[in-house]
Design a protein around this ligand. Structure first.
Ligand code: SF4
Length: 478
């Protein structure tokens, strides 16, 4: 039976993965890695793993489950050493199973290395065949990460910069990486910069992580975001960096990191995600004003957008929907009934606040429409007089090829119905989405052009439409 993880929002795009790396030779870093991963749990809940080294080989612990389920004092204490990487996974390529749990470890030309990957390599299938011929690589797993690992283990090059240039020339897609050997930590962001990665300073060492909120959790000072096409090498000589000369001039970071994926307290492209979300809400009301008594955000992910809309509209914000904060991971089959039950377990509208009121309900995005439909039914039952839905991102009309599980094209409601049809389906009094221009305005930054592929159908590099996340798995019949 295929098991699917619906962690917090069953009807949302699913995050990719979270990665963290720590270099601090004066101490054992496994606990820092644990707490770093803990703060990145929202990026993936299927498996978690940590690899460390004290200079004499790599120790690994990786398993299915949440970070807090996989690790305990006993197995953490076995992970010795001052260099390490950690990973928390949502499967975007390759099935959700233990042998795909990361970090992955292998031996090659340069001894033992381990890797943690966030993203999706779109030419993994071709590369797998090529590497089998070029390096005699054999593959035991069904994830694209093993293909990247084989490249780093066997690619020609006198140092990590040459190796990483070779790898960047051949990989296509999204990859933020943490790589380690016995005595070095390497961090790499793909030439388009699709997934985030940042650098922080510890008192006696360095930390790299998918999001700056993980640095905060470790008491590290945020230094900067790692540039697209940049390779950072951290070892006993200090920290060195190089940007591959084939990198894109501007970042093409996934704009959905701003809208929904990243924690609101993370810095993306130089800006706090909360502030960007606030602006998205404000822009949304400018484009689609409506009279109402209160503004309600679908908690927690839409709260900043709703706060921005409320500020712009001068209509009071209300926490009229309470989210059950203790709903944890559930492994359920993705049929319609179970999704509906999941939504009911998660949200509770407060009748006393809602009764007789005209509501603006703000959602950060709509994928299938399952959640918003159920929420509207709850609000009607609670006595709402009018419900005007405002969505703080444009209609999602295409799938993602860079590490986000968006559902299939046939499941994307905006790819198959008009806005009026969706409004009728979810039974809202009115429905409006932010425009692509409004999204660009609210996320405007000199440094980034952003990937907006799922809204526009135009991706930063050519993609094969409707790629299946289990492609490699089918090929090697695992
Ligand atoms: S297609 Fe959408 S979800 Fe995927 S990387 Fe681009 S903006 Fe992000």
């Amino acid at each position: 039976m295929t098991k699917i993880n619906y962690f917090n929002r069953p009807d949302k795009p699913h995050e990719e993965c979270g990665i963290v790396g720590v270099y601090n030779p004066k101490k054992n870093v496994a606990k820092d890695l644990f707490f770093g991963l803990f703060s990145l749990q929202h990026r993936g809940q299927e498996s978690a793993g940590i690899a460390t080294s004290s200079g004499f080989g790599i120790s690994l612990e990786a398993n299915m489950g949440l970070v807090s389920q996989v690790f305990n004092e006993e197995n953490i204490s076995k992970l010795q050493g001052g260099i390490g990487i950690g990973h928390t996974r949502y499967s975007t390529m390759g099935g959700s199973k233990k042998n795909n749990a990361q970090p992955l470890v292998t031996s090659g030309l340069r001894g033992e290395i381990a890797i943690g990957h966030n993203g999706n390599v779109i030419n993994a299938s071709e590369l797998r065949e090529e590497l089998a011929i070029e390096f005699g690589s054999t593959f035991e797993r069904s994830s694209d990460t093993e293909v990247i690992l084989e490249m780093f283990a066997n690619a020609p090059g006198k140092n990590w910069f040459e190796i990483s240039s070779y790898v960047m020339r051949r990989l296509k897609g999204a990859y933020s990486l943490v790589v380690m050997n016995d005595n070095e930590l390497i961090a790499i962001r793909d030439p388009l910069g699709i997934r985030p990665l940042c650098l922080g300073k510890l008192e006696d060492g360095w930390v790299v992580a998918s999001e700056s909120s993980a640095l905060d959790n470790l008491g590290a000072e945020f230094i900067r975001e790692i540039e697209n096409g940049e390779t950072l090498v951290i070892n006993s000589d200090g920290i060195k960096s190089k940007i591959w000369n084939g990198s894109s001039k501007n970042h093409k970071m996934c704009v959905f990191e701003h809208i929904y994926f990243a924690r609101p307290d993370s810095i993306l492209n130089g800006e706090l995600a909360y502030e960007t979300r606030f602006r998205l809400g404000s822009q949304l009301f400018k484009e689609h004003p409506v009279e109402a008594d209160i503004v309600v955000g679908i908690p927690d992910s839409s709260t900043p957008h709703a706060a921005g809309l409320a500020a712009e509209s001068k209509i009071p914000y209300s926490d009229a929907i309470i989210r059950n904060r203790y709903v944890g991971r559930t492994f359920i089959n993705p049929d319609q009934n179970s999704r509906d039950t999941n939504v009911a377990n998660k949200f509770n509208p407060m009748k006393e606040i809602i009764q007789g009121k005209r509501l603006i309900v703000v959602d950060d995005s709509i994928v299938r429409s399952t959640t918003i439909k159920k929420v509207i039914a709850m609000l009607r039952k609670a006595g709402a007089k009018e419900i005007h839905v405002r969505v703080a991102s444009p209609p999602i009309k295409s799938t993602c090829h860079f590490g986000v599980d968006m559902a299939t094209l046939s499941q994307l409601i905006a790819a198959n119905k008009t806005i009026d049809e969706i409004r009728d389906l979810i039974q809202a009094d009115s429905l409006a989405y932010l425009s692509v221009e409004g999204l660009e305005k609210a996320t405007k930054s000199k440094k980034s052009e952003y990937c907006k592929g799922c809204f526009t159908g135009k991706y930063p590099i050519p993609v094969q439409l409707e790629m299946d996340k289990l492609t490699l798995e089918k090929e090697i019949k695992i």
